[in-house]
Design a protein around this ligand. Sequence first.
Ligand SMILES: Nc1nc2c(ncn2[C@@H]2O[C@H](COP(=O)(O)OP(=O)(O)OP(=O)(O)O)[C@@H](O)[C@H]2O)c(=O)[nH]1
Ligand SMILES: [Mg+2]
Length: 430
Amino acid sequence: MQIPKAILIDVIDPRTDEQNAAKRLEELKNLTNTYGGMSVIEIIQKKSVPDYDTYIGKGKVEEICELAAHRKADILIINNLLKPRQIFELNEIFRKRKLDLKTWDRVDLILKIFDKHAQSTEAKLQIELAGIRHMGPRIFGMGIELSRQAGAMGLRAGQGESNIEMMKRHLQAQELSILKKLKHYETINEGHRKRRRRQNFKTVALVGYTNAGKSSLLNALTGKGAYVADELFATLDTRVGKLYIPEDPGKDGVFRKGTEILLSDTIGFIQDLPPSLIQAFKSTLSETVDADLILHVIDISDPDLHEKIKVVEDVLNQIGLSKKPKIYGFNKVDLIAPRSLFEKGIKAKRLKAGIVEAGEGASELLGWVDKKQKKEAKTKISGLRKKYAKFSPLFFSAEERLNLKKVEEEMKQVVAGYGEEAVFGGPGRI
Ligand SMILES: Nc1nc2c(ncn2[C@@H]2O[C@H](COP(=O)(O)OP(=O)(O)OP(=O)(O)O)[C@@H](O)[C@H]2O)c(=O)[nH]1
Ligand SMILES: [Mg+2]
């Protein structure tokens, strides 16, 4: 079978600056690569207001038709959220031109990635639900067109409509049946959560933009073995791992019981997601809703980190979590700073198995210290610490196991409920 050929197009606000325009294209390419199995034959970015009928506008439709005919393209991916009617209109044009070109909008693409990555029955059901909610209006939108066309062709006007009614009822029945099945999982999950509450486990939920390193952090802290990949939406389910933080012996030399925390990892967020998609993932997200603390994981090396923080905050607001205790965890510090910046404060004997042994000669072994890079990293870190002081920012690397002890300590303090003052805005430290 031949690999499908795709044309990508992004319609952006004419006021978008060059940098943001480039970032959008980068994300679109990442999404397409994550979906995989396609050869991209053309990437187009156009500055204009969306066209009422076709979103991308007459001129671009023409250009795409020619390109698709010439290069035998199969899929047109539009990096925006289209109205059902606009998709219908585009497909109609392609059909009339005898082009075998299907149109996907951004949500279609994301749903297809979800579909590819879903492992559990629950995730599959949630995707099916999101699909129905996304496709439903498209069919209803088509309905209006069909009955209009039927009328124009002198057919009985009601004909198209009754088919649409049937389809509508079918979709509604399907939606109900999925919701019922999902309810079953929700009950099971709720049971698990209740049991943990009874056992007095404190829970911390990892949230963050997709690819920030949530699963890597879960693995580094708990050895859970969650799937980690340099792709968007690698995780679609919720995974819970147990983290045991040992207590140092007191002055009396007596060992005390450490703290046990449950850490959950879940689906990442992304910009321009319709609320219906988030709604469909409610049961996956309920682990987050229920957590004692949210650890918002951020990729510190990402040039767009502020925008992505905002996207995640918006989604948290949408699911009603704006008031939950929250700390910001800046991950991937290894990408912006030499590790010596983080190693000096770590006492090897206190490290948990697996956390880097900052023994003698470690810094020698691990490379020279780049003074300039170190200085830049310090400036960046102190800037972030100041800007997000409210959220007790932490700086670590899940992959290189740098500074993870700090993460554990902070979580321990917060879940132990030492009160606002100790939790937030503590003294500056890396
Ligand atoms: N350099 C570096 N890379 C990291 C670090 N943590 C994670 N990564 C990489 O970042 C990519 C994404 O990591 P994941 O842990 O899958 O990220 P996630 O937030 O769970 O992503 P989704 O599940 O897709 O939303 C992978 O390629 C990881 O190897 C880190 O501390 N340093
Ligand atoms: Mg993940």
